[in-house]
Design a protein around this ligand. Sequence first.
Ligand code: CO
Length: 137
Amino acid sequence: MIRQLDHVAIAVPNLDEAVPFYRDVLGLPFLYFEEVTDQKVRVACFDLGGMRLELLQPSSEDSPISKFLAQRGPGLHHLAFRSDDVASELERVRGHGVRLIDESPRSGAGGMQIAFLHPKSTQGVLMELTQPGEHVE
Ligand code: CO
């Protein structure tokens, strides 16, 4: 079951230019930087009281975020909903004909289990399901 919004992710070309706006102008509490190598992004995380705002900067030319920025420019990249069971949620939405990017959950940042739903099935917004992980070895 989907419980709450987990994070909002915004694609930016440059974290050094984007972070001061969110931290200093909006005054959001900055949490940490993180490098997610398998998704080829650098992430800046802010606390929004039980959920996070993430700024995503591509860390290489072939990053999915590079492609997104080239096609659409900076802006909302995805919404992530927290579920208590991503695998069964995927099965459930698949049963409704939803197109999946990830056929099964995979490991994301911070030990989360994650899976993406295709924006063609979600009214145009890329959606991620997250589940706080026990690490499966
Ligand atoms: Co995300």
